[in-house]
Design a binder for this molecule. Structure first.
Ligand SMILES: [Zn+2]
Length: 479
């Protein structure tokens, strides 16, 4: 059986030696022995790389995290804490409750002339996917776009991984939100050939991700933001650091199971090697011959969002322990009081199911002849004055058989604000607009539309001093 890490050591200086390593490795099939060997190889070769980085040069990876921030976490060596925490917040009584509404501030790196970089439609997709995986795993988190800022600098579109990326994270940072930098790719060291999809910087608490990413890419990085570590952490560091497969294995007179003291400190995420190349197309683990340092065979999950399976489509899961860590970390986050739905005034940040749809490129699909209940929600920003989601974009299709005279109506209960409805064609050319007071039903009619996709922009001309959310209903009718 082909083993993973050693066979893909990339540093050209070690390639030849790696072949020999592989022989030993296949013989031993344990991560203890192989690492000792690689370590000795590295001692022979003058290189500034520490051995861990050599072993980590896998095809897909983001950087392993330093764990200084986590040493004092109360669940380390005491996972019962997490269950108690979940009980204290009544998690098990209402697993579907939305507990935190978290704004995401995007920084998008584009060419000097504003072209290139992640399209707005992709930013909408990142949020949709993030909310999807958080919903199915009942994490209690929902995310919305607080702002999208373009950085028009061609030279930064491919960001230096080791220095430039962390620096951008420090210098471009908005308070009250999770900052996500989206670049085309990362510049690595010469001879490094791994594909980095994203990285979380513990210092600036920023996420820097590649625009072309897996559907769980942002969920993974946000997992780091809320305190999660890789389940394979230190798998290759030998018997003194490796997490054992056994959930009851202890060391010396200490009765605490090692699985709570090592790896990601969570007993409900099984010990695992880095899963790159160890998961087949059916998402089954094919490294059954591999053992930990005590000779126990690995039996990892293959779907954990914090893992590195060969196929990222296998990832869709956070364990209960991971959910607990994220919720605990959110509660101790400095912005917690602005995000928590337990704080009644934060209900103003709640958004409808069609979000994110702030841009033409993110327009959400409407069914004709169906009434939708929607809202313009408040957006938490770094200023005292919050802002509002003031644009909602929708699209609908008129097919051949449809009557081509339509009426678009918007109704809300606020009696002071202006609301504008505008109809656009698929090339973003405005066909007609109408502005009315929000206490009336505002209607825009248009005749003789050819069968095609059409877009609607609803604008909330908000004059409130302290901006509020506004509920409204929307109906596209055929006349
Ligand atoms: Zn990671």
């Amino acid at each position: 059986m082909e083993t993973c890490e050693v066979s893909i050591v990339i540093n050209h200086k070690t390639t030849i030696l790696a072949k020999h390593t592989k022989v030993f490795f296949n013989w031993h099939k344990s991560f203890c022995f192989s690492i000792a060997l690689i370590f000795s190889i590295n001692l022979l070769i003058p290189t500034t790389d520490i051995f861990a980085q050599d072993v980590k040069k896998t095809k897909r990876s983001d950087k392993d995290k330093t764990d200084f921030d986590y040493r004092k976490k109360p669940w380390k060596g005491n996972n019962a804490f997490l269950n108690e925490y979940l009980q204290s917040i009544n998690y098990f009584d209402n697993k579907d409750k939305i507990r935190y509404l978290v704004p995401i501030h995007f920084w998008i790196y584009r060419n000097n002339n504003g072209t290139g970089g992640a399209p707005l439609s992709d930013i909408g997709k990142y949020i949709d996917e993030l909310n999807y995986y958080n919903k199915i795993n009942k994490t209690g988190f929902r995310f919305y776009i607080s702002d999208i800022k373009d950085i028009n600098k061609t030279k930064r579109m491919i960001l230096g991984y080791y220095l430039e990326a962390p620096l951008q994270g420090i210098f471009r940072h908005k308070r009250n939100a999770i900052n996500v930098h989206v670049v085309d790719g990362f510049k690595l060291r010469k001879n490094e050939r791994k594909l980095v999809r994203g990285t979380y910087n513990y210092l600036s608490k920023s996420i820097i991700m590649r625009s072309e990413n897996s559907s769980t890419g942002l969920s993974h990085e946000i997992g780091h933001y809320f305190g999660l570590l890789h389940p394979h952490r230190n798998y290759n560091k030998g018997k003194n650091k490796q997490e054992p497969v056994s959930r009851t294995r202890t060391k010396g007179s200490n009765e605490t199971p090692l699985c709570e003291l090592r790896g990601d400190y969570l007993s409900d995420t099984p010990a695992e090697p880095k899963l790159t190349f160890l998961i087949n197309n059916d998402c089954k683990f094919v490294g059954g011959a591999l053992t930990d340092c005590w000779g126990d065979h690995y039996k990892p999950k293959t779907n954990n969002i914090m893992s590195y399976p060969s196929n990222y489509y296998c990832r869709d899961n956070f364990t209960t322990g991971q959910v607990a860590v994220m919720l605990y970390m959110a509660a101790s986050n400095k912005y917690s009081k602005h995000w928590s739905t337990d704080n009644k005034q934060n209900i103003e940040y709640a958004f409808d199911k069609t979000e994110p749809n702030d841009y033409f490129e993110m327009a959400s699909i409407l069914k004709v002849d169906t009434t939708y209940t929607l809202n313009f929600h408040r957006i938490l920003t770094n200023k005292r004055k919050n802002k509002s989601d003031i644009y909602d974009w929708y699209k609908f299709e008129l097919k051949d058989t449809d009557a081509n005279n339509i009426s678009i109506s918007v109704n809300s209960k606020d009696n002071t604000q202006n609301i504008e409805i505008a109809l656009y064609d698929k090339n973003k050319i405005q066909l007609k607009n109408f502005t009315g007071k929000s206490n009336q039903t505002i209607i825009l009619e248009y005749k003789n539309l050819v069968p095609d996709w059409y877009f609607i922009k609803v604008t909330y001309n908000n004059k409130h001093k302290r901006e509020k959310s506004l509920k409204y209903s929307l109906l596209v009718n055929r006349l």
